[in-house]
Write a protein of this length. Structure first.
Length: 338
């Protein structure tokens, strides 16, 4: 049985599968790409052929324009097997954002799984992560430090709603990433019983509409830009992280500035960003989830793509698992994904 390092390798464009002649989440335009999910650091424009879940293709089309989301777009459902060259491939839910997938590949009896970004915590907007037993597990490590133990996300939502109840005249403006975090936060607020409108910065509307078209209900969403100031008193407004501190937020009614991100676990970051109410809500696996996943996939070896590689490799060694840092460049941009 060939070791995965004989058929899966790192090239400047990204992770490359030789017997299938395709790249996974390449950072440059390539003839054939498999894309794990539609975040900007994984889904780049201009590829020849793109293979992904139908949801990922749809969201890529919304974000970059259909014509830039691949000359040929092929959708593959979770669990559906496809032969590419000498490789058998399928997509497995990653639990990160709607449509996100792990890429499982088999070549001559040897199996490698590329996680893309993933989490194990519940998310009402996407299918839950499913571990695949494999020989090499290629994992992200965004929050691979013991300090990153995320609290239950619903508890963070309840903290937000308690603050809204405490300051009924103020507007809570929450910085969220446009794809994933925004829709997950809305869906969780609905789970917590918030049935009033959620107001959105214009940049967040297109992906929310795409989620709804793809069958994820988000309730009453309204553009914050056209709402009267009085209407926004006591309201919840979502905006991209870059907008919450700038001129755009100033016209809101005495805003309480919030940010929903795994990085909010680090208090200094919240303080430096002027965040009054940090919400630790992450779409990435935290430290215990990473370790649990390494155990679940049962791989004798893990390759770490981006994040805190050293800590995860050290912890894996303690579990009898060999680790290797791939040092891929171009992933994990905090501005789009955290
Ligand atoms: Zn991502
Ligand atoms: Zn990422």
């Amino acid at each position: 049985m060939p070791h995965p390092d004989t058929w899966l390798c790192v090239r400047p464009e990204g992770l490359y599968c030789k017997p299938g002649d395709f790249f996974i989440d390449p950072v440059r335009a390539v003839p054939r790409a498999v894309v794990t999910h539609a975040h900007g650091d994984h889904a780049r424009p201009g590829h020849g052929a793109v293979l992904a879940t139908s949801q990922t293709l749809a969201v890529m089309g919304v974000r970059m324009g259909v014509e830039r989301a691949g000359d040929v777009q092929q959708a593959l459902a979770y669990g559906e097997r496809l032969r590419i060259g000498d490789v058998s491939l399928w997509l497995q839910p990653a639990g990160h954002v709607l449509g996100s997938a792990q890429v499982a590949m088999e070549f001559q009896g040897s199996r490698a799984v590329v996680s893309g970004d993933y989490k194990r915590a519940a998310d009402p907007t996407c299918a839950p992560f499913e571990p695949v037993v494999c020989d090499v597990f290629v994992t992200e490590a965004t929050f691979a430090l013991p300090v990153f133990t995320h609290p239950p996300a619903l508890a963070e939502c309840r903290r937000l709603l308690a603050s809204v109840a405490l300051f009924p005249e103020r507007t809570h403006v929450i910085g969220v990433y446009a794809l994933g975090k925004c829709q997950r936060l809305i869906a969780m607020l609905r789970q917590c019983g918030w049935d009033r409108p959620v107001y959105l910065h214009g940049a967040l509307m297109p992906v929310c509409e795409a989620y709804e078209r793809l069958g994820v209900p988000l309730g009453d969403l309204r553009p914050a830009t056209v709402a009267a100031k009085a209407e926004l008193a006591g309201a919840i407004v979502l905006a991209p992280p870059s907008a919450i501190a700038d001129r755009w937020a100033r016209r809101l009614s005495d805003p309480v500035t919030c940010l929903a991100s795994g990085w909010m676990r680090v208090r200094q970051r919240a303080k430096a960003g002027g965040i009054e109410l940090p919400l630790v809500i992450s779409d990435h696996a935290d430290w215990p989830e990473l370790l649990r996943t390494v155990a679940d996939v049962g791989a004798p070896e893990i390759w770490v793509t981006h994040g805190s590689e050293e800590a995860l490799i050290h912890a894996a060694a303690g579990m009898g698992v060999r680790g290797r840092a791939l040092r891929l460049i171009g992933y994990g941009d905090e501005a789009v994904d955290g």
